[in-house]
Design a protein around this ligand. Sequence first.
Ligand code: MN
Length: 319
Amino acid sequence: MPAKPQVIALEEHYQDPDVVRAYAPEDARQAPVIAERLNDVAELRIKEMDAAGIDLQVLSHGNPGLQTMDAEAAVRLARIANDRLAGAVAARPDRFAAFAALPTPDPKAAADELERAVTKLGFKGALINGPTHGVFLDDKRFWPIFERAAALDVPIYLHPAVPQQAVVDAYYQDYVQDWPSILRAAWGFTVETATQGVRMVLSGVFDAYPGLKIVLGHLGEGLPFLLWRINMGFTRDAKGGRGFREVFCDHFWITTSGFWSDPALLCCVQEVGVDRIMFSVDYPFAPNQPATEWLHKIPLCAEDKAKIASGNARRLLKL
Ligand code: MN
């Protein structure tokens, strides 16, 4: 039997005590079992990685992070949180790497913080939790962040957030009480983040910064499954240039965070290619064990499995 490949997981969350103290009350509310794990970047986390056979976690701040803060607080807390996270990684560089938290309410400061985190702290990119005060990231005011990411050659991970209130009111309100996950993992997260991905492609940001690399979790938030139809639809509006499919497949990577389905994975392999797919769990919101059990049984050859387990992440993040 071939040896099991190294396993790297890259949508794995923690939280910083100073950031959590600055949260609005509804954001600070967490189940104790989740909070305990978000707060731990040492023994408990490593124990649960060991139990599931995860060699390395790329740590990122949990939702909503700095995206809901005012600019002053976001800039101040980004530095504090990223410095503290760098300390946790330095204590166990064999088990942890990191994505920076960025103060997107001040885009110029966010670009500078990304550069500081990558060049001074050794971070591998950044993770952003949804829109910033209701504005999607394709808005031109955020392009300095993408310009800097492309120049540094590090990816930006676009992570879900709860839909905006106007969307909740129009689309979900009737079901929120009994089915609160309609705003989150069951549906709302996916729609929000897939919309963000589509908007990024339409914005032209990838023509402006050809080296820009974006990561989407949850097997691409449904976009690989829909790629054929999205591409056909936008062909009707196209004014020349690259098509949707080409831009998406050139600039996006996807992870398996919280989505361990053979049929869905195989669809992604066919649509975006096995070189663009990376293993992730979404710890601690999803458990490690079933994720790695699934990984080792996916119906692909050993070489492709190794790419998903760690090879693609090693290449993208230069680990
Ligand atoms: Mn997540």
